[in-house]
Design a protein around this ligand. Structure first.
Ligand SMILES: [Zn+2]
Ligand SMILES: [Zn+2]
Length: 155
C-alpha cells in the first residue's frame, strides 16, 4: 500500500524527470515505487523479485541495472555500497549529500540532512579542485528500536 509520503515522492520524481527531459518509464517508475515502500536498502535481485509480479512479465537483470543507474543519475535513489543495495532518497528535489544511518541488526536505513558536513566536504572539494557529482555517506550502527529491543531481551 502506498502511503501519502510515497505518493508525494512519486509526484516529485515525475516533476523532476519532466523538468530535466528524462523519461520515467513504467519500469523505472515501478522500481522507484518499490524502493519508496521499503525501509531498508534492497539489492538488485530482491528488486527483480518484486518487480516481475508488479509488471506482470519477466525482467532481465541488465534491464534492472540500467533502470537503477538511471534513478541514481537522477538522484532519486542512492546506492548503499556497504550493502550492495539501493534506497530511495528522502528529498530528491534538494541538492544535498545523502547521509544514511544503516542498522546492522534490522538493515533499516534512515536518511538525515547534514548541511555542516556538506559545507566541509564542499570546502575540501573546492580546495583540491575536485568536482563533486554525488555524495553518499553511510554510517553503520544499531538503530534506536533495535537498541531498545536488545535492552529488553538483556534484562
Ligand atoms: Zn538523499
Ligand atoms: Zn535496527
Amino acid at each position: 500500500m502506498m502511503l501519502e509520503t510515497e505518493e508525494h515522492a512519486l509526484a516529485t520524481a515525475e516533476t523532476l524527470c519532466r523538468s530535466r527531459g528524462a523519461k520515467l518509464t513504467r519500469m523505472r517508475r515501478r522500481l522507484f515505487e518499490i524502493l519508496c515502500e521499503s525501509r531498508r536498502p534492497l539489492g538488485a535481485y530482491e528488486l527483480l523479485a518484486r518487480l516481475e509480479p508488479a509488471l506482470g512479465h519477466p525482467v532481465q537483470p541488465p534491464t534492472v541495472y540500467r533502470a537503477l543507474a538511471f534513478l541514481v543519475a537522477q538522484r532519486l535513489i542512492a546506492r548503499i555500497e556497504s550493502r550492495n543495495a539501493y534506497i530511495a532518497c528522502a528529498h530528491p528535489d534538494r541538492a544535498h549529500h545523502c547521509v544514511f544511518f544503516v542498522c546492522d541488526r534490522c538493515g533499516e536505513s534512515r536518511e538525515v540532512e547534514n548541511p555542516p558536513l556538506q559545507e566541509l566536504v564542499a570546502r575540501d572539494a573546492h580546495a583540491t579542485g575536485f568536482r563533486l557529482l554525488r555524495a553518499v555517506v553511510e554510517l553503520q550502527g544499531i538503530c534506536a528500536p533495535c537498541l531498545a529491543s536488545a535492552a529488553h531481551s538483556d534484562s
